[in-house]
Design a protein around this ligand. Sequence first.
Ligand code: ATP
Ligand code: MG
Length: 449
Amino acid sequence: MLYLELFIPAQILDLMERLESRGFEAWTVGGCVRDQLLGLPPHDWDLCTSATPEEIAQVFEGFPLIRAGEKHGTIAVITHKQPVEITTFRTEGGYGDHRRPDWVHFETNLREDLARRDFTINAMAYSPLRGLADPFGGQADLADRILRAVGQPEKRFREDGLRILRGVRFTARFQLTPEAETCAAMSTLAPTLAALARERVYAELCGFLPAARVEDFGTFAPVILAAIPALTPTLGFQQHNPHHIFDVYTHTAHVVAAVPPTLSLRWAALLHDVAKPACFTQDDDGVGHFRGHAHLGAKMAREILQQLRAPRALEDRVATLIAYHGVTRDLGRLPGDKPLRRLLRRLGEEVLWELLALDRADDSGKGTPSDPAAFDRFEASLRQLLAEQPCLTTRDLAISGRDLLQMGLPQGPILGRILQTLLEEVGDGLLPNTPEALLHRAEGFLDLL
Ligand code: ATP
Ligand code: MG
């Protein structure tokens, strides 16, 4: 074996040396070894050891410890204000509830511990004293960019269905190709995802989406559809439209991969056409139409994200993006900027930039030559409008509710409504945003009361 030296931060080495000096083996293990072999900075450092939890606690007497995972063999030691998980070599059995192992056994042997891990690339351990432990060929698989289950794939995915989604995430994140048997087992056991806690499915999908490639949607179609069953009708759904060469599912894959990798945009791309099959009609010429699919899609996206227990703010943003998708092209084709001003007031600048990114990706994902002219015009108009420092909320108006009260207008919701009307008129360019003009206009309301 080539001599291999991986960098380990001093505070982690210190923990390892404390264990070793008491006669226990100590290894860095799992994701941090994988990331280092890839030349990526690990985001956390996990250790495994031959010491039992009781012995770990003794070695780190005087350190703050988190002992919540002790039953499963894990003690977190706080060092330099960071918790570092130290886990006793262990094997585990049966995932009756698809969440937690029914039992864990502590082992004295590192190999046993590595054998319970999900994929070969995650089943390596490293110690500066002992070198790289890689009994399942993880280093070679990493070099060849292969995702391979440790042991019999079907058995491993049956034990824990979450591994299927982890596999999809790692494949995308590290640009892997799943080995044939591993891939087949992921598809075969995809239906077991239905038994997983929705929060976990959501978390894995959030890990997958920013890294997702078009081909991952092809390779893992059964898994993706099992995770989000509402997308099932999109697979193979032909659009009967000269501008679209792909079915809805494949088009979706292209749009996901083309939008910037933020969660809101990736989720919006994933779900933007979810309602197309339900909204499909064909005209006399055989051309397909999907009237109302943006509106219904926004509604379906809310339901899907609620079921997955996604944060409300993400749900709101994704639903807005889907409800309005396509609008930047429509506005880019219209003369004048009044509708754009209204949209900017209603949705705000950030959403409009995201919408533009979604619409551009949507267009580029049709598989036919795209025409960015309308989007370019929309973008130019938006930039120009923003440069004018437009009045977007009633707080941007040159007068406030207090000024209206001083004029003699009564306290109450009427004040808000008057400010809103002034905002619309300023926004539409009918009224300059100056105190004089606004107060003069407001006097008109006094007469109406
Ligand atoms: P990430 O970079 O996302 O943290 P990771 O591989 O470190 O990736 P963790 O969830 O932190 O993932 O898990 C650490 C290690 O524990 C993994 O590398 C793997 O060896 C093992 N592991 C985690 N989850 C499972 C699982 N469901 N089944 C088997 N082994 C697992
Ligand atoms: Mg990790």
